[in-house]
Design a binder for this molecule. Structure first.
Ligand SMILES: Nc1ncnc2c1ncn2[C@@H]1O[C@H](COP(=O)(O)OP(=O)(O)OP(=O)(O)O)[C@@H](O)[C@H]1O
Ligand SMILES: [Mg+2]
Length: 581
């Protein structure tokens, strides 16, 4: 609760003015029937004259103007308060998501993160808007109208003592039924959004596998789930309306019955204007109760959303540099050492992905990593820029535990081309500048040239200003990989990691890239993960991995002598090469 209140602070004034102005409107609303009643009474007593008539009309117009000012002002400040509030929450949730580590992101689905950032925050915004409009208005109108009614006609007010409790109980029952139904609806909405998010983002894959029908079916199922849960929740709401109207009419019939007896002078004496005024108050009282029930209903939805947003804000970011001891230190040489490193993605699982890894990579060397798919190559290198943290053991860069660097300095020193890398919408130049915001055009071209990207970029009509679409879909797979390499090169990292980053590049071009690394990045440590032995054959050192363990370290020639697994991979690749030839 404290968290949610803290967002009110900057907009305190709006949060106060909104409801206050709504009170002004309520006062008008309660006064209006009084004027009407008085006119009617004067008329039925035969004492109404033009002068009085004008006076009443002036009062009523003034009241109406006051109501309008209150209503418009209340709505204005209410809207301002709620929109600002929601924007601030959204900003913080977004910031938090940006701080998330890979492990944190693995926990929430992208679809659910998007739903929480949009739909859930909108729910809260709508609730606050309603709350600010209603929190004073409904109780204000309820109390105001009740006081006026009792004051006007205590002899009739006992009717409220009967009808209000009955109505309150019924409303409570309705809310109790609707509460869980709205919760279910929210979850279905989440599912629908996840489905839409996944299939729309990956619409190209869907199309290439001709899975449109399947996706439509999946969507239809999620959609009808949402529809059904929506109907079940709204059914309760829809039933509420007619029931309330019936109940109101019964109450009013009762008032007319007993009131008429008083007007007719049978049980008491009462002016007809008073009866009409009393009926209006009765309407207002019952109506305000109905609005209160609506507010509760909305609050149940907002609570569910607030809980989902809190889950993000409360999520512990498991990789941070708060306790780093050498915050100022930067990566200067590029020595890497793994000491007894063990790692698992699911902390409660028995099987570890990496088991007691020991590996030393001297600065400036080129290291190849090879091994069957799923053996843990990507996982191993992810530990260097601290995309994940080790479970036990340590990773040292230049002799310092990676946990002791500031994340900024560490990641600045380590350039990593991820296996599933993406480009962002924007020009090619913008994308390359991710590596170095302040790079000169010469530096950009030189990096692109080293990555063998310059020539194809120049062949585009707009060259470096070519607009890339979201995810870089308008360049080929191999071109995308080369752009990603160029982007990493611009960082001039002390450690460069290429995770299967030339898999879509032809062997001749790949050889050129390797040559560039040798000459251009002489001092940097280069780690190259590859499927093809060709890609790592010339490395100073090749690491062979199998099922989370290192089974061999050496040069190509050494491994050919000593490592059966390496020999087998080599033989199978040579064989397939010959077949192709
Ligand atoms: N984010 C993740 N969450 C849970 N498990 C994961 C995650 N990433 C990888 N794994 C699992 O960890 C193991 C090692 O995966 P890793 O990506 O390191 O393999 P790899 O050697 O890079 O394979 P490839 O050659 O196919 O890229 C695999 O069994 C994989 O299923
Ligand atoms: Mg991998």
């Amino acid at each position: 609760m404290k968290r949610w209140l803290s967002y009110v602070k900057p907009y305190k004034l709006y949060f106060i003015l909104g409801p206050l102005l709504m009170i002004v409107e309520v006062i008008g609303e309660v006064l209006m029937p009084m004027f009407l009643g008085l006119i009617l009474n004067e008329a039925s007593a035969g004492t109404l004259n033009t002068q009085k008539c004008i006076l009443f009309i002036v009062y009523m117009i003034l009241t109406a103007i006051m109501m309008m000012v209150g209503g418009v002002g209340g709505a204005y400040f209410g809207t301002k308060a709620s929109v600002n509030y929601a924007a601030d929450v959204r900003r913080d949730v977004y910031k938090k998501v940006q701080k998330f580590s890979f492990a944190n992101i693995d926990k929430f689905s992208t679809g659910s993160l998007v739903t929480r950032l949009t739909n859930d925050i909108t729910q809260i915004q709508n609730f606050i808007m309603t709350l600010l409009r209603m929190c004073m208005r409904s109780p204000g109108m309820f109390i105001g109208a009740l006081i006026m009614a009792i004051n006007l006609r205590p002899q009739l007010s006992w009717i409220f003592a009967v009808s209000v409790p009955i109505l309150a109980v019924v409303i409570a029952l309705i809310i109790k039924t609707a509460f869980p139904r709205f919760g279910i609806m929210q979850n279905k909405m989440d599912k629908l959004n996840s489905t839409v998010q996944e299939s729309v983002t990956n619409v190209r894959v869907v199309k290439s596998f001709v899975r449109e029908d399947y996706e439509v079916k999946k969507f239809t199922a999620a959609n009808s789930d949402l529809k059904n849960s929506g109907i079940s929740a709204i059914k309760v709401m829809i039933l509420t309306g007619p029931f309330m109207t019936l109940f109101m009419n019964i109450t009013i019939a009762a008032i007319i019955w007993f009131g008429a007896h008083q007007v007719m002078g049978i049980t008491d004496t009462m002016a007809p204007g008073d009866l009409s005024q009393f009926i209006t108050y009765a309407n207002q009282i019952l109506h305000s109760l109905m609005m209160l029930s609506m507010m509760f209903m909305m609050s149940s939805r907002a609570m569910a959303s607030a809980k989902r947003i809190s889950e993000i804000l409360d999520e512990k970011v498991d990789i941070s540099d708060e306790n780093a001891t050498f915050k100022e230190k930067t990566v200067t040489h590029g020595n890497i050492e793994f000491k007894d490193v063990t790692f698992r993605y699911y902390k409660n699982s028995d099987d570890s992905v990496l088991e007691k890894i020991n590996l030393t990579i001297p600065a400036g060397k080129t290291v190849g990593i090879i091994g069957s798919t799923g053996c843990g190559k990507t996982t191993l290198v992810s530990l260097i820029p601290r995309l994940y943290d080790t479970d036990s053991g340590e990773v040292l860069v230049d002799g310092v535990n990676v946990k002791d660097y500031s994340l900024k300095n560490l990641r600045e020193g380590v350039g990593m081309v991820l296996q599933n890398n993406v480009l962002f919408s924007g020009t090619i130049q913008d994308n390359l500048r991710w590596g170095d915001e302040n790079a000169t055009m010469e530096e950009i071209i030189s990096a692109a040239d080293s990555a063998q990207a310059d020539s194809f970029i120049k062949s585009f009509k707009d060259g470096y200003d070519t607009e890339l679409e979201q995810g870089g879909v308008n360049v080929s797979g191999g071109q995308k990989q080369r752009l990603c390499i160029a982007r990493a090169l611009l960082k001039k990292p002390k450690i460069l990691i290429l995770d299967d980053s030339t898999s879509a590049v032809d062997t001749a071009t790949e050889a050129k890239i390797r040559k560039e690394f040798k000459t251009g990045l002489k001092d940097s440590t280069k780690i190259i993960i590859a499927q093809r032995i060709m890609s790592v054959m010339e490395a100073d050192m090749i690491v062979v991995m199998n099922d989370g363990e290192i089974t061999g370290i050496g040069t190509h020639d050494e491994l050919m002598q000593t490592n059966t697994e390496y020999r087998e991979i080599y033989a199978s690749q040579m064989e397939s090469n010959q077949k192709e030839a």
